[in-house]
Design a protein. Structure first.
Length: 297
């Protein structure tokens, strides 16, 4: 066994970035911090409002991740108290569940002294989450481009993307399952090819820090945007104003209901303020990429 009292910091994340469906993730500088200490029973304490409905014991997602990893390694995790502080809103398309899973993986790794590789952590996280985009970004930081088939994982990691962003967060959350229910069972071959091409160019542009091209590709998605945009108040108007403000591109953050706007580094606060003036339904948050991913303090 390793450390018994420590803290883990996990970034928020946005996923898809348009046509990078279930494969592209970006870590953001909004954070969940979990303070871990020995206890006689599993106890999860949330110090911010908005988390009242989450389980506080063994059914909590962080705890369940820890205990499952312990079982996989045929050992028992030391019972702990987890005190959670979080800037990541629940159910708003900013990777709150991925952050909880990443926290559980890193806590299990520290409590049990597992020395898990980064690739193994991402594989475990993808298995728990069901897809790799949010959890890989939460674990590694920066941009991650992942292939996950349910058994194997391959990830290209771009640690320091040079861009800023604005997140438009609505007052009401949305379950990912609810949003996924809007998607068709099948796409036509020509549609899938077009969106796959956009995803390929998006990935290559991000790798080269060409966010002007990446922004254009973000807006060429046909995998999910046409089916989900109905969920967003003023979607087309927001995209139009973002273009007027010189943003690289606007797209849905993950499964929604937040929107993600990629902007030139250093302009994120100005763009957030201007969007907030025009679209008062949303909270407009200026953010930058997180470059460190999940870390133990």
């Amino acid at each position: 066994m390793a450390r018994s009292s420590f803290s883990v910091v996990i970034p928020a994340s946005t996923a898809n970035l348009g046509p990078g469906f279930d494969s592209i993730g970006l870590a953001l500088d909004l954070y969940m911090t979990v303070d871990v200490s020995p206890a006689e029973a599993w106890d999860v304490i949330y110090e911010h409002d908005g988390f009242e409905g989450l389980a506080k014991g063994v059914d909590n997602l962080i705890v369940a991740t820890i205990t499952t990893i312990a079982e996989l390694h045929e050992c028992e995790a030391p019972i702990s108290k987890l005190v959670v502080q979080s800037d990541i809103p629940l159910g708003k398309g900013l990777g709150s569940s991925a952050a909880a899973i990443a926290a559980g993986i890193e806590i299990a790794n520290s409590l049990l002294g597992l020395n898990l590789s980064e690739k193994k952590k991402v594989l475990l996280g993808s298995e728990f989450e069901g897809h790799a985009d949010n959890v890989s970004a939460a674990l590694l930081g920066g941009v991650t481009i992942s292939y996950f088939d349910g058994k194997e994982i391959d990830v290209v990691h771009i640690p320091k993307p040079k861009m800023g962003a604005v997140i438009l967060v609505p007052p009401k959350g949305l379950l990912t399952e609810e949003s996924r229910g809007l998607l068709p069972e099948q796409l036509g071959h020509s549609e899938a090819t077009r969106s796959s091409s956009a995803s390929s160019v998006l990935s290559a542009a991000i790798a080269q820090d060409d966010w002007e091209t990446a922004g254009r590709m973000m807006e060429k998605d046909v995998f999910h945007e046409p089916y989900r945009k109905q969920l967003f108040l003023d979607f087309d108007a927001i995209r139009s104003v973002c273009r007027e403000l010189g943003a690289f591109g606007m797209t849905i953050s993950g499964a929604g209901p937040s929107l993600f706007v990629a902007v030139k580094l250093g302009t994120e606060q100005e763009v957030a303020e201007k969007l907030a003036e025009q679209f008062t339904y949303y909270e407009c948050i200026a953010v930058r990429p997180d470059e460190l991913g999940t870390r133990v303090k």
